[in-house]
Ligand binder design. Sequence first.
Ligand SMILES: *[C@@H]1O[C@H](CO)[C@@H](O)[C@H](O)[C@H]1NC(C)=O
Ligand SMILES: *[C@@H]1O[C@H](CO)[C@@H](O)[C@H](O)[C@H]1NC(C)=O
Length: 129
Amino acid sequence: MAGFSSSLLVLIAIMVASMQFQSTVAQTRHVVGDALGWTIIPGGAGAYTDWASQQTFTVGDILVFNFTNGQHDVAEVVAANYEPCNSTRPISLVTTGPASLTLTTAGAHYYICTFPSHCQIGQKLTINV
Ligand SMILES: *[C@@H]1O[C@H](CO)[C@@H](O)[C@H](O)[C@H]1NC(C)=O
Ligand SMILES: *[C@@H]1O[C@H](CO)[C@@H](O)[C@H](O)[C@H]1NC(C)=O
């Protein structure tokens, strides 16, 4: 009987430990574009589209936009403002890099650089969480 209850305790301890392990592992840091960073890439937005297609984004994950201060920034915008590169009243705007943004909601998210013409020539990223 004592053996049964102590193995039950061990089992519970293992379950609790693995739950904690999972919650630590679940928060992934995604460095946008990997070594490319967040910048203007020759050839347009394709590199960021390709990068995003190789990632799995989950609520709680962190997006890291790595850029040089004063040369780029990152704004999250609503879907309707993504294609026209409209940075008026963005959802959020971070002007200091590297910018770490936590993904707090599921669904599509849209990011652009607000510097003149940067978004138009491809400094934009859309992801699905
Ligand atoms: C950001 O870019 C710089 C210059 O390329 C690099 O040294 C640094 O490690 C990058 N930081 C991150 C978080 O990737
Ligand atoms: C840009 O977005 C703002 C805020 O959503 C909106 O009020 C404005 O009409 C948009 N401008 C254009 C040119 O679509």
